[in-house]
Design a protein. Structure first.
Length: 451
């Protein structure tokens, strides 16, 4: 049994919360507000995005790093910390599974290399989340809970998380997603047990909407997955783009499991938008050829984290050259990529690897701070280890400070992690990427915002 009497529903804490996003100015000339002299056709659109100017990321040279042996824990546990992962190895987000799983495994390795948590090694059990077309997530969650995990890292899909969040948090177990972006989770009555290292789509939507306007688009058409992720992101992109003076001229939805998209593509192109935003998962593999086959230039395409992936084996060279996409988080640094490749040499995407790695570290550090491996005890310390103390960037350095009786402020691979009472990051980076001739993408710039 566990006592949740002290955990106030988060919705009560947030009903009066106003969310504002302050974006750093991008390095570009001219106004970000498009001209209102009339809508141009997509074929003649003057899309000209700012020149690449990649941000420096969230590295902090003043943060503590471990340079010596990690002191042993003064508290030991008879119940070692056990984590589960609920990440996609099948379904429409399967491309996100490998980097996320690699991030989890790297975090586990480094925690155990530093002596584990409370004097014992940490273990992890991996299970597939599938997608919303199947019941895999529910089955996997039941199996993980049956193995006595204290926290489950996942799911990647907001829609999938909605199917299991009550099952997980109702069992007194932490659900910690590295990739959920739906704003709905901010006010979910999760007993204080749902956390995430990915920022709400309030931020990604504002960045993408503003960026399309900065690129000169006056009108935008949108093709959107009709689920919690797609419609939530759609709403925030539209609000930001229209606030910048633009107009959304077409919004076409499709459902998970659909395989035909000609109707949506034809309706969007008929509206003659300057730019087209694709808010999808891997359905982009079918949608992109339909769009470019109608004469739309790839430079008019803007993608999101659900579909910004490596398409080198899917499309002919040049199909996506100049298209751009947004992914929450900082650009993966070379040193971190090398560590991930040592875990999984086949990695090609790095999306949400940092967020997954950070989830492991934060859970492990909160367990140390709580001197407990119980899910509800760990949750009560997650906010504490993310703010207000001495900065540190990996488990070894952070846990050394904790064992010396110091307060810590963990800043991770995904950015300067600082949690709100709702378990959301209060500040984050959104990376903007551009596709090359071989249909792979490279970093262009980073936008920083606070929620």
């Amino acid at each position: 049994m566990f006592d949740l009497s002290q955990a106030a529903p988060r919705a009560a804490k947030l009903t009066a919360l106003g969310i504002g996003v302050a974006l750093l100015a991008t390095a570009c000339g001219g106004s970000s507000t498009p001209s209102q002299t009339g809508s141009s056709s997509a074929a003649a659109a003057g899309i000209s995005c700012p020149a690449p100017s990649a941000g420096a990321g969230a590295g902090n040279s003043q943060a503590a790093t471990n340079t010596g042996p990690v002191p042993p824990s003064t508290t030991t546990t008879a119940t070692p910390l056990k984590l589960g992962s609920l990440l996609p190895t099948t379904g429409s987000l399967a491309f996100l599974g490998p980097p996320e799983i690699a991030g989890v495994n790297l975090g586990i390795k480094e925690v155990n290399d530093a002596g584990g948590v409370l004097g014992a090694p940490v273990s992890v059990v991996h299970r597939d989340s599938g997608d919303t077309k199947t019941d895999i997530a529910t089955q996997s969650t039941t199996a993980l809970l049956g193995q006595g995990v204290s926290a489950i890292i996942g799911a990647a899909s907001s829609g999938v998380s909605k199917t299991v969040i009550n099952q997980i948090t109702g069992a007194g177990v932490i659900q910690f997603s590295p990739a959920n972006t739906s704003p709905d989770f901010t006010t979910w009555d999760d007993k204080g047990l749902y956390w995430r290292t990915a920022p709400s789509d309030v931020l990604q939507g504002k960045v993408l909407g503003n960026y399309m306007a900065t690129c000169g688009a006056q009108t935008v058409g949108m093709i959107v997955l009709n689920d919690a992720y797609g419609t939530g992101l759609q709403k925030n992109v539209k609000e930001a783009f229209e606030a910048a003076g633009g107009k959304v001229v077409a919004e076409e939805l499709f459902n998970e499991g659909d395989s035909q998209f000609s109707s949506q593509v034809d309706k969007v192109i008929a509206a003659k938008p300057d730019a087209i935003a694709l808010i999808t998962f891997d359905q982009a593999k079918s949608i992109v050829p339909l769009i470019t086959g109608k004469g739309i230039k790839p430079t008019q395409l803007f993608m999101v984290d659900g579909n910004t992936s490596d398409y080198s084996k899917d499309f002919q060279a040049g199909t996506l050259k100049g298209a751009q996409g947004t992914i929450p988080g900082t650009f993966a640094k070379d040193a971190f990529k090398q560590k991930l490749l040592a875990i999984d040499p086949a990695l090609k995407d790095y999306s949400y690897a940092g967020e997954s790695y950070d989830a492991v570290n934060l859970i492990s550090l909160a367990s140390e701070a709580a001197k407990s491996t119980k899910g509800t005890d760990i949750a009560a310390k997650l906010k504490d280890v993310s703010e207000g103390g001495e900065k540190c960037t990996d488990f070894a350095s952070c846990v050394t400070l904790l064992r010396q009786g110091k307060d810590i402020d963990y800043d991770g691979q995904s950015g300067p992690v600082t949690f709100s009472d709702a378990g959301d990051p209060t500040e984050a980076y959104i990376g903007i990427y551009e596709y090359q001739d071989n249909n792979t993408y490279k970093p262009v710039r980073e936008e920083f915002g606070k929620l």
